[in-house]
Design a protein around this ligand. Structure first.
Ligand code: UDP
Ligand code: MN
Length: 262
């Protein structure tokens, strides 16, 4: 299906590592849609070459964009990365897309997400009446893009990032249509899900997308290729599940991404 795509975003070389593992995980699970990564000018030439594993690498440049984007950006400089994420709505050569944060990892095929419509997302574990904006189904449209930018300029974002903005823009999400609530297994936060461990025991094996949300990303850990395990060093690795998701991330990085640099 060439008019639908999985889309991610990486504004620097560090987040590119996440995007690469995500892209590889989608390929490993035989994704049948195009793989697209949005980058910004800060991304190095080396990484641009490596990113060729995506079907499309699209550079977006806020400052060179249309005047209204420039204005929104100047008025609210803290929304820089947020406004960059909104660029995914400009991918109008696709009829429907699934956005995935660069800090997500796909554990099984998720093509069925394309049966959903805009705007579909999973609840945020911290405040389930809000959706988490790490995984969502959307329909590219310049009109929607313009309205989102206008909303950002007029109202800002209550959390200073894309999640607050998107939740106030798609404000009927929590009540209007249950089909737009993606099951939690499509956006399982690796660090919080186990506060309800019986549920994890019951449903954890069906998890399809893990989201390493929060300040510590998989690439911040040290990994021992001999043991195939991240080094814990008294870090806050609360439990075995979190460790095993991190080990999965690193396994892909070690086996499939590092060789691309050679
Ligand atoms: N992102 C990026 N560069 C940054 C920060 C964020 O490219 O400096 C992108 C990346 O795709 C990332 C997403 O924006 O996954 C959302 O940020 P993050 O995942 O760090 O937020 P969290 O999910 O932890 O709230
Ligand atoms: Mn994230």
């Amino acid at each position: 299906v060439s008019d639908q795509a999985f889309v991610t975003l990486a504004t620097n070389d560090i987040y590119c590592q996440g995007a690469l593992v995500l892209g590889q995980s989608l390929r490993n699970q035989r994704a049948t849609r195009r793989l697209v990564v949005l980058i910004t000018p800060q991304v190095s030439n080396l990484l641009r070459k490596v990113l060729k594993v995506f079907d499309e690498v699209i550079e977006v440049n806020l400052i060179d964009s249309a005047d209204y984007i420039h204005l929104a950006f100047l008025k609210r400089p803290e929304l820089g990365v947020t406004l960059t994420k909104l660029h995914c709505w400009t991918l109008t050569h696709y009829s429907k897309c699934v956005f995935l944060d660069a800090d997500t990892l796909v554990l099984s095929n998720i093509d069925e997400l394309f049966d959903r419509t805009e705007f579909s997302a999973a609840p945020d574990p911290g405040w389930p009446d809000c959706f988490n904006s790490g995984v969502f189904v959307f329909q590219p449209s310049l009109e929607t893009h313009g309205l989102l930018l206008q909303h950002a300029t007029d109202h800002g974002s209550f959390d200073g990032a894309d999640q607050g903005l998107l939740n106030s823009f798609f404000s009927s999400w929590s009540t209007a249509d249950i089909h737009k609530h993606l099951p939690f297994i499509y956006n399982l936060s690796s660090n919080t899900a186990y506060t309800y461990s019986p549920a994890f025991k019951r449903f954890g094996s069906s998890v399809k997308v893990v989201h390493f949300l929060g300040p510590t990303k998989p690439w911040n850990y040290k990994y021992n290729p001999q043991t195939g395990s991240v080094l814990e060093e008294g870090s806050g690795l609360a439990n075995q599940h979190q460790t095993s998701f991190l080990n999965l991330w690193w396994k892909i990085y070690q086996h499939s991404i590092l060789p691309l640099y050679e």
